[in-house]
Design a protein. Structure first.
Length: 257
């Protein structure tokens, strides 16, 4: 592990988020607990808003489909007292989250809650200390910077727009999520290069996940595996197959001519 000199043809850096720019624990230990701890208060404060009613309507439709599942928590009908409906929604959200479900209805409410939490400063996106200095340096060297994460583009923009180091969105030319394809599929990386308007050979992809690195490399990108505290341990074979870095400081990029 040490310094990594990237081929001169690399003009663009594509970054993963979790385990790369941001501790892998951020989502599990900050974002998800935020929902569990605040869903009741959020519903009480936003109940009169159209968006909140729409979220509840979608959760109720989902609940109708879920009624056969183990431990199912129903949401009372609209004729019921508001406090009882809210409690039903709270219990249903906790139940879905305890099963790590990713229903559209749940994700929609979570997205709206996170947006409010970031905007009010209750939640701030975490980035490792070496990230912003590197982004600044790469930008000054004329590199283009993009994000590719399985979190939605909207969630990515919140994390970087309201980060512990302020608004970082100015550093990025664009964001990709899994609407372009899965992160473990080479085709996704070819499509990203097409969207950016360059060859995959012009792109350096940084990630903590070997299967993603493999897919990007197969598509023709230069890759490095990022080793951060709390990331899943790499096998000796994985360590041998890819350049490893523990900090973005270790990357040397040639200035764009
Ligand atoms: Mg990752």
């Amino acid at each position: 592990m040490g310094s990594l000199t990237v081929p001169a043809c690399v003009s663009t850096v594509l970054l993963d988020i979790e385990g790369t720019t941001t501790p892998i624990t951020f989502v599990k230990e900050i974002l998800f607990p935020y929902i569990q701890d605040n869903v009741k208060e959020y519903l009480e404060n936003h109940w009169q808003e159209e968006e909140c009613q729409e979220d509840v309507r979608h959760l109720r439709l989902q609940a109708e489909k879920d009624c056969e599942l183990d431990g199912f928590v129903p949401i009372p009908m609209n004729q019921t007292e508001v406090q009882q409906i809210i409690q039903g929604v709270v219990d249903n959200v906790h139940w879905q989250m305890s099963l790590d479900r990713k229903t559209t209805a749940l994700k929609q409410l979570q997205g709206h809650m996170w947006r409010a939490a970031y905007a009010s400063g209750q939640v701030k996106g975490e980035v490792y200390a070496d990230v912003v200095p590197a982004l600044r340096k790469w930008k000054e060297a004329g590199k283009k910077l993009y994000i590719f994460s399985s979190g939605s583009v909207e969630a990515q923009k919140l994390l970087f727009g309201y980060s512990i180091e302020g608004d970082l969105l100015e550093y990025f030319q664009g964001h990709f999520d899994t609407t372009v394809g899965l992160k473990v599929e080479s085709e996704s990386y070819r499509k990203i290069a097409d969207h950016i308007g360059c060859s995959t050979e012009n792109i350096l992809f940084l990630t903590d996940i070997t299967r993603e690195a493999e897919a990007a490399e197969e598509a023709g990108m230069t890759v490095a595996l990022v080793v951060r505290p709390g990331n899943a341990a790499l096998t000796d074979e994985e360590k041998g197959n890819y350049p490893l870095i523990t900090s973005f400081e270790q990357i040397t990029l040639h200035p764009v001519q």
